[in-house]
Design a protein around this ligand. Structure first.
Ligand code: CUA
Length: 151
């Protein structure tokens, strides 16, 4: 008998949880980029935030860098940020699986079409950083790179 009560509580909790999640998804129809995890790879260019790739300041020396990966390049492929900047990289691919690695940092992501991946990193040191594709994606794979300059 007591088990039934616990089971009911469990079910109720689950329902409450699911409806909260469902409501939040609905309520934020204009979902912030951080909550965006899936998208139609064919509509990347018209799906925020990827309709405006590039660097966007979101706070005091805090940025979001929206990047689109496509064989065999990054858009944008040259970015400058100030020293000490915290950058949230928000990336997706429009075609095949690519990699997003910033040499000399712990930033390393797999970039899959239909998915949004993100990672945040603080650049304390000045210098030129190389962004590389580290997933074999075709004959131009070895040329696929971008530059990030911390000045
Ligand atoms: Cu893109 Cu390798």
């Amino acid at each position: 008998k007591l088990e039934k009560v616990w089971l009911m509580i469990g079910v109720m909790t689950l329902i409450a949880f699911l409806s909260t999640v469902g409501y939040q998804a609905f309520a934020s129809g204009h979902a912030p980029p951080s909550d965006l995890t899936k998208l139609d790879p064919e509509k990347v260019e018209e799906t925020p935030p990827f309709d405006e790739p590039g660097l966007h300041q979101i706070g005091d020396n805090e940025y979001e860098l929206i990047m689109v990966l496509q064989s065999f390049g990054f858009t944008p492929n040259k970015v400058e940020i100030p020293q000490g900047a915290t950058v949230k990289f928000i990336v997706t691919s429009v075609d095949v699986v690519h990699g997003f690695e910033i040499a000399g940092t712990r930033v390393n992501m797999m970039v899959t079409p239909g998915h949004v991946n993100s990672m945040t990193y603080k650049f304390n040191e000045k210098g030129e950083y190389l962004i590389l594709c580290n997933e074999y994606c075709g004959i131009g794979h070895h040329m696929m790179s971008a530059e990030l300059e911390v000045k």
